[in-house]
Design a binder for this molecule. Sequence first.
Ligand SMILES: Nc1ncnc2c1ncn2[C@@H]1O[C@H](COP(=O)(O)OP(=O)(O)OP(=O)(O)O)[C@@H](O)[C@H]1O
Ligand SMILES: [Mg+2]
Length: 361
Amino acid sequence: MSVGAIPPRAASDRSLLTRRLPREEGESRPPPALRGLAPASLSLTLSELPPLRSPPALAALPQSIDDTLQLLKGAGYVADRALATVLFLSLKLGRPLFLEGEAGVGKTEIAKVLSSALGRRLIRLQCYEGLDVASAVYEWNYAGQMMAIRLAEAGGAVDRDRLEGDLFSERYLVKRPLLQALESGEGGAPVLLIDELDRTDEAFEAFLLEVLSDFQVTVPEFGTVKAAEPPVVIITSNRTREIHDALKRRCLYHWVDYPDAARELAILKSRVPEAPQKLSREVVAFVQAIRKEELFKVPGVAETLDWASALVELDAVALDPALVSDTLGVLLKYQDDIQRMQGSKVKQVLDSVRGELRAAE
Ligand SMILES: Nc1ncnc2c1ncn2[C@@H]1O[C@H](COP(=O)(O)OP(=O)(O)OP(=O)(O)O)[C@@H](O)[C@H]1O
Ligand SMILES: [Mg+2]
């Protein structure tokens, strides 16, 4: 994002400002050149605010669990009823949805699909260790502020109050994902994806509490920014550590499990429609079987889709032991797991899978 070219605030964004807070000692980190400037009175009067926009038509959101299933299916996501139920409730109640599950089971995809199906902007906050407020919420465009000071000084008489009002205005506020998510666009409030929350530290998690409870963020020099309409929030975690109860309490929770064979086949048909029917059934049955093996990392849906696509590229119409052995690296990502499966084990699993498929015909 360009930090130097933030356009003046559009009239429609003004409803974000709720109140102006006085700057307290030590609360902010302005650069040395800005220190000592007295905070100007920056309050907005009511007459400056635009008329309230009416909330978007509720019809845009699914009206039932079946509607939710259809909405997801229409965007290529094959959900089970439990997921559709919790998603429907989260949309209806305006509560964040917290999704936990193993890697590659379709957690992130839910937010992407929801954003495209509802026609809303997707704002993604990818979490990582050390993620801080400057990267997640906002920071001041210090270079731009310095330039404005220099220009004001060069121009002669400086109205200090006015200058500071300008320096800590939205013009120099660099909005990061959490702040962006509080702004509604034309299509309504955005979908906010807070991805892999378990990678951040607990301090950041605690900070999220204010955002998720009140859908507001306080910028000490600027005021409190509150969403006119709360975003649709999806939080994901791979459960590499437990997320604090306080955060979970503000969300609806769902464990995204590996799909059963019927659903995985439906996912495969939807995502890799070019795969021959026989091959798809064998791929799904084989993956389902090796998920029961003692592996360090069993394959997720992502690997099933990758494997099927790879086999289609190789013009395969059915599995055979040599083909499976040669392509195991698409499915398994640890050498120990590959070694464990290779050779007679592949043949054994494949024979049993074929037997089951024949019996089911
Ligand atoms: N139910 C589903 N319907 C359609 N596609 C799915 C489904 N589940 C998973 N996928 C596909 O599987 C792939 C992996 O999904 P995604 O990236 O959302 O997984 P994840 O759970 O977020 O994994 P990670 O924890 O590694 O980030 C995507 O390409 C997605 O399209
Ligand atoms: Mg993900």
